[in-house]
Ligand binder design. Structure first.
Ligand code: SF4
Length: 324
């Protein structure tokens, strides 16, 4: 049986709101609020939701790029949030991130060899010829030519820059990679190439991904399991086929209804969500989806639903969904 490599328990990331003369904390923006799930080794968990739902904040909090406000994350049994800073630096090699924007995430003053090789020097893994060999190998496996190490980021197209970003993330041979909207700033024609490259690299290096995206078609392509996030919370999580064939949460149903269908005979009924995502600084009482939910009833405005297992491995937080 495949074992979880990453396990999250009640992860929270709050940003304080300050006000008054003494700049006291008067409230919190609950960007990530009590999130728990696990990812098996070698698998991909797709994390979807509208912009501002907390997906990227969660990805960065897991890697401690943002200080967590609560909860625990275990990576290979080590509690990442409680590891001392110097110990965490060692662990950091195995935990990497691919950023959304390949334009701003690469230092324009460094050439590609320096960008990819930087972490090898920082972690004192290799330098000189050995480092050069590793850089050239990473360029090659990411679909670029070894001699590209002399070039600067501005000499590449968007897709090539994202390949450089991926090579940089993988050069330390990590086990777990957070891919934070890795295709959203690329041309549609390039997006599939990058996702295919990520799949090939996953197989080659046995990688585990948290793939954050609002593109449900791409998430379906690459993921084993999918989690749907709304206003800082997971509202549904299950296997990919189960989610796309049998979405149970009204929010998931609305998101999926907006995905274009390839079959011209298939009838899809678009569910239009009312209003905008409420502010996480002032979330609604009860179920936080209730102001936009077409099924909302009195109970939904009073009681917050729990994330419950409805069917084997299928968890949903909605009062109206019955156990199968
Ligand atoms: Fe809609 Fe109520 Fe379910 Fe929330 S608990 S998703 S408001 S039906």
């Amino acid at each position: 049986m495949t074992k979880p490599i990453v396990e999250m328990e009640n992860v929270k990331k709050y940003f304080p709101i300050r006000g008054g003369v003494f700049s006291r904390v008067v409230g919190n923006i609950k960007a990530v609020d009590d999130v728990s799930f696990s990812i098996n080794k070698g698998e991909t968990l797709g994390l979807v939701g509208e912009s501002g739902c907390g997906k990227s904040t969660l990805g960065r909090t897991i890697l401690r790029l943002l200080e967590p406000s609560g909860g625990q994350v275990f990576f290979k049994g080590n509690n990442i949030f409680e590891t001392e800073k110097h110990e965490f630096q060692k662990l950091r090699r195995e935990l990497q991130i691919i950023f959304q924007d390949p334009y701003s995430s690469l230092n324009p003053r460094l050439n590609v060899g320096e960008i990819i090789g930087e972490s090898l020097e920082i972690h004192k893994i290799s330098s000189g010829k050995e480092k050069q060999k590793r850089v050239e190998y990473m360029l090659e496996v990411c679909g670029l030519a070894p001699h590209h190490h002399r070039r600067y980021p501005h000499e590449f197209s968007g897709g090539q820059r994202q390949r450089v970003g991926i090579a940089r993330a993988l050069t330390l041979n990590p086990d777990f990679v957070v891919a934070d909207e890795p295709i959203s700033s690329l041309d549609v024609s390039i997006q599939a190439q990058i996702v295919n490259l990520m799949e090939d690299l996953q197989e080659k290096f046995g990688l585990t991904y948290l793939f954050i995206s609002h593109d449900l078609s791409m998430v379906r392509h690459i993921s084993d399991n999918v989690a749907v996030m709304y206003l800082g919370k997971i509202v549904e999580i299950c296997g990919k086929s189960e989610l796309y064939d049998n979405p149970l949460h009204p929010y998931t149903q609305a998101l999926l209804s907006a995905v274009p269908v390839m079959d011209p005979d298939a009838k899809s009924q678009r569910i239009i969500l009312k209003g905008d995502v409420p502010s996480p600084a002032n979330p609604p009482e009860g179920c936080n989806f209730n102001p936009r939910c077409r099924y909302a009833e009195k109970r939904c405005r009073l009681e917050e639903p729990e994330l419950r297992e409805i069917d084997s491995g299928h968890l949903v937080s909605c009062h109206l969904v019955e156990k199968g």
